[in-house]
Design a protein around this ligand. Structure first.
Ligand code: KG4
Ligand code: ZN
Length: 345
């Protein structure tokens, strides 16, 4: 049994949650900075950490109140200590340390990617959610603004990195192409929206050839999109593009190319390692084309968390913390941020 207060501030969401036994969400509070960052076309690190400082106290307080919890019921305080933006991570880690010390509770440091993975163990409603019992080995595709990784899990808390992106993360590619097409931030949902009206075969943004059986690459696709757009006329001051650019077709073809690469490598890895299921995590797993193409082609079941658990949140950090709590793991008071923390080599 465990009841854990989790804090997550690695990027642009200030989040806190109370999670019971790694499965039950007693509360889940997320204050997003998306609107503010949208004005600048992306996350502005300096502003992100300032916003975390302003919102972390009310967010934590709300998480405790909504869970109808009091500090004496808690078993531990868990916090994301990496990977992420240094100034953002610091706010969460310092808050968690202060609370743990003040309340006499154990402190736990959690890897943000491990959180995305353990979001699948939370019991929630949704059309693609995983069943209560999952059998190892499991294959995770983590696709977010900062990561694109294929991770094999043969047991709890045990990770093997099968492949990762050689350049841009898949979400980053969505964000950059959206910026080029002047669609705003975050780019993924915008591209997905206009792609519905476009022809995914209008342009061929070919799958890149890269070293590594399960390595990904998205920067070539992004450059190919840029060249296509420039083919309709030069990009003007302020980034304006030629009036004749068929942005729906460009968006649909780009999305098709990214999804095609993600799906083919993931399915090849699932077959090679005998995974019993494919589990999608991270912001890009909100993409419906990715979900449905993966599901229609995979030889094993494919699961994804509901939208609100795909993007950054603290519930997933509390879910991961439960398994580390069971294993007896606790952080020491010198827990520090690790902006480049890895899940596995
Ligand atoms: O996991 P997340 O919330 O934050 C990080 O840890 O990075 O992922 C955010 C990323 C952004 O790049 C965003 O454009 C992308 O996820 N994203 C999507 C969609 N929704 C969010 N990409 C493609 N299709 C979507 N529907
Ligand atoms: Zn994330």
């Amino acid at each position: 049994m465990s009841k854990i207060l989790a804090i997550e501030t690695s990027c642009d969401e200030t989040a806190a949650a109370v999670i019971q036994d790694g499965r039950q969400i007693l509360s889940n509070v997320v204050a997003t900075q998306i609107e503010m960052h949208a004005k600048y076309g992306g996350v502005f690190p300096e502003m992100a950490s300032r916003m975390h400082v302003e919102t972390i106290v009310p967010v934590v307080r709300e998480a405790i109140e909504k869970a109808r919890s009091n500090w004496n019921d808690l078993d531990a305080i868990a916090v994301t200590y990496g990977p992420g933006l240094p100034g953002s991570l610091l706010v969460g880690v310092n808050m968690a340390k202060g609370l743990a010390l003040g309340r006499g509770l154990p402190l736990m440091g959690i890897n943000h990617l491990e959180g995305h993975i353990y979001s699948h163990w939370l019991r929630v409603q949704g059309d693609g959610t995983a069943p209560d019992e999952l059998t190892f080995p499991l294959l995770f595709l983590i696709v977010s603004g900062g990561h694109t990784e294929l991770i094999l899990m043969r047991d709890h808390l045990t990770y093997e990195k099968l492949g990762a992106t050689a350049d841009d993360a898949s979400g980053e590619a969505f964000d950059k192409v959206a910026r080029l097409l002047q669609l705003g931030y975050p780019g993924g949902p915008q591209i997905e929206k206009i792609a519905v009206e476009g022809n995914p075969h209008a342009f061929k943004f070919a799958r890149p050839k890269i070293d590594g059986e399960f390595a990904f690459s998205f920067s070539g696709i992004k450059t190919a999109v840029l060249r296509t757009v420039q083919g309709y006329g030069p990009i003007g001051p302020g980034g304006s593009i030629a009036a004749g650019v068929p942005i729906n077709d460009v968006a649909a073809s780009f999305q098709h190319s990214v999804v095609d690469q993600l799906v083919s490598k993931t399915i090849a890895a699932a077959e090679k390692y005998g995974a019993t299921a494919i589990l999608l995590s991270g912001g890009v797993s909100a993409n419906k084309l990715l979900r449905y193409v993966m599901k229609s082609k995979a030889p094993v079941p494919v699961y994804w968390p509901p939208l609100w658990l795909c993007t950054d949140n603290a519930a997933m950090i509390g879910a991961a913390a439960h398994w580390r709590f069971l294993a007896g793991q606790r952080a020491t008071w010198d827990l520090d941020i690790e902006p480049n923390l890895k899940l596995a080599e």
